[in-house]
Every structure is written in C-alpha cells, then in structure tokens.
Design a protein around this ligand. Structure first.
Ligand SMILES: Nc1ncnc2c1ncn2[C@@H]1O[C@H](COP(=O)(O)OP(=O)(O)OP(=O)(O)O)[C@@H](O)[C@H]1O
Ligand SMILES: [Mg+2]
Length: 299
C-alpha cells in the first residue's frame, strides 16, 4: 500500500537538495508560466522560505467505519496559497474540514493525527473549537449568505463576539473593502444579501469570514458555482488576500490551481500522493498518478 508522501524538502527553510531536483530554474519556470498560464504568474508570490502555518502529519480520518483519509502529511505555508486537487471523492473537502474541525458537526466521525497550528494540535480533544474556527475561517462552494442585510451578514461574527457598534461599522467596511465588494454595495448596505449576484454573494461570504480577522482561510471550490467573470474576480481576490492570509483552496479546475496557488497537493483515494510547488507538480510531477491526473488521463 502506498502511503508515502512526497513532502517537499524545498518547502522547508532548511530543505535539502537531493539530486538537484529542488533547485528552481526560474527561467524555465517563467517560460512555462507564460506559455501555459498567460498573464498569471504563480511564482510571483512564491516564498520557499515561508514558515509552516499549519503542519499536518499522520492524519487519518473515518466516517463511521469507513476510512476517508490515510496518513496525510502536508505543510500549509504562511501567506501562500495551497491548492488541493484530485478526482471527485478523493477526500479534498474532508481534509479541508479537518483543519477547522468542521467534521465534528458530522456524527460518528473520528480523526487521528496531528495538525500543529501555533502551539495547539487542531485535532486534540481539548482544542477550543470556537476559537479555532475564528482563527481558521471557511468559505464554501455555494455562497451561503444569511437572509439578512449585506451589513448584518458581515457584522454577524462581530456581534457574536460582543463588539461595539463603532468597531462593527468600521470592521464591516474594512472587510467589504478587503473582499473587493465595497464599491458595489456601499450604497445599499441595508438591502438583503439575497439580492446580490452569485459572485457578489461569494465575496460577501469572504467578507464575513474576514471580519473576525482569521489567520487562515479555507476555500472549498469557491468559484465552481460562478461564471467566468465572477471566477476571475475571486481568483484576483485570492491572490490579493494571500498577502495577508494563509489560504487553502480546493479546486477541480487545474488552470485555477495553476493561476492562484504557489503549492499544490494531489489527493487520490484518501491519500496525499504528491505535494510540491504548483509549477513543479504540474510541469514535473514525480509520481505517475499525478502525471496521469494533471495531463487529463483520468479524473
Ligand atoms: N458526511 C459523510 N458521511 C459519510 N461519508 C462521507 C461524507 N462526506 C464524504 N464522505 C465520503 O468520503 C469520501 C471523500 O469525500 P469528499 O467529499 O471529501 O471528497 P472530495 O474530494 O471533496 O470530492 P468532490 O470533488 O466530489 O467534492 C467519499 O468517499 C465520500 O463518499
Ligand atoms: Mg469536495
């Protein structure tokens, strides 16, 4: 059974350099990027020396008696975008939900292993889950605004935290700016969020997640329900947000992974098969399964 994971030594500050594999040929990468990815350049924000914001090791996960994740190990680097790709049912969403313990809401689930996040292990029974979800926010596939006004959607978490009206007003505006939505909604903050377009609703959900000042943002196919223009806006936003946040994004769209992420993990049947810089994983995959997937031979 193959459970070994190609954890990238080049992603660690003290990384080794076996066989010269980890030396990045930036000229070759730039040429590839220009050819394959047009004006997006995922290497622009690549920081091989970034520290590990969350370090997952030996993660196993079960739905009842059915194991869905096997010995997953992956570092999620600070202020970098990590994309998770793989065929339907391979465990991408399950993995993402382990990171802020959203799977706890599903009965009869069990998690084992470690996800170091600062000085806590996310998977410890004693971890304060409410505080954790404030530090690790989440955006879902379908925009899910509350049936409330635009303002109240973003204010929600701040009201739960008991913030003053002044702080709430300032933070709502700041969050809408950060989510690149302010200009479109500033004149109708009291209108229902349900009247926004799908792409606007998704940016509103991002603003709602940002309002409580998380450190990490988990995004599960955040653009899959959107048209190409709205998708592009979300991708630009992700690139912008990665200056301040650590982002983990699940996507079925390999071009999207290539456009927005610096690192990519490829999952298959509950296992992390390969993890590398996005350019390496797409252009020089080390595992045959990865090569087959990224070249479109299955999935
Ligand atoms: N709530 C659940 N109860 C039981 N099994 C589940 C549950 N959610 C997911 N699974 C199973 O766990 C496995 C991984 O599912 P998951 O949703 O994580 O895959 P995914 O990679 O996100 O797929 P997709 O690309 O289709 O979203 C699948 O076999 C799925 O059937
Ligand atoms: Mg999924």
């Amino acid at each position: 059974m193959e459970t070994s994971v190609n954890r990238p030594s080049q992603a660690t500050p003290q990384g080794s350099n076996e066989g010269g594999q980890n030396v990045l040929d930036t000229t070759a990468i730039s040429e590839t990027v220009n050819k394959v990815m047009g004006h997006f350049d995922p290497t622009k924000h690549l920081n091989l020396a970034a520290s590990k914001k969350i370090d997952v090791e030996h993660l196993d996960f079960w739905y009842g008696s059915k194991q869905a994740l096997y010995d997953v190990g992956i570092p999620l680097l600070e202020k970098q975008v990590t994309a998770l790709i793989g065929p339907s049912g391979c465990g991408k969403s399950t993995f993402l939900r382990t990171l802020n313990r959203m799977n706890d809401l599903i009965p009869h689930t069990r998690t084992e292993g470690e996800a170091r996040f600062g000085d806590i292990n996310v998977y410890d029974g004693s971890t304060d889950v409410v505080a954790l979800r404030q530090r690790i926010g989440m955006v879902f596939q379908r925009p899910n605004p509350f049936p409330k006004s635009i303002f109240e959607n973003v204010a929600y978490g701040l009201r739960v935290q008991g913030k003053s009206n002044k702080v709430i007003k300032e933070t709502v505006e700041e969050s809408l700016h950060s989510a690149a939505l302010w200009d479109e909604v500033k004149d109708r903050l009291n209108a229902s969020a349900l009247g926004l377009s799908g792409g606007q609703q998704q940016r509103l959900c991002i603003a709602r997640a940002l309002a409580v000042h998380p450190e990490v943002l988990l995004m599960d196919e955040p653009a899959s329900a959107l048209d190409p223009i709205a998708t592009l806006k979300i991708e630009e936003l992700i690139t912008e947000l990665a200056k301040d946040y650590t982002i983990v994004i699940v996507t079925h769209n390999m071009q999207q992974a290539a456009r927005v992420s610096q690192f990519t993990g490829f999952f298959l049947s509950g296992k992390l098969i390969e993890y590398a810089t996005t350019v390496e994983l797409f252009e020089h995959p080390k595992r045959k399964e990865t090569e087959d997937y990224v070249s479109g031979r299955f999935g």
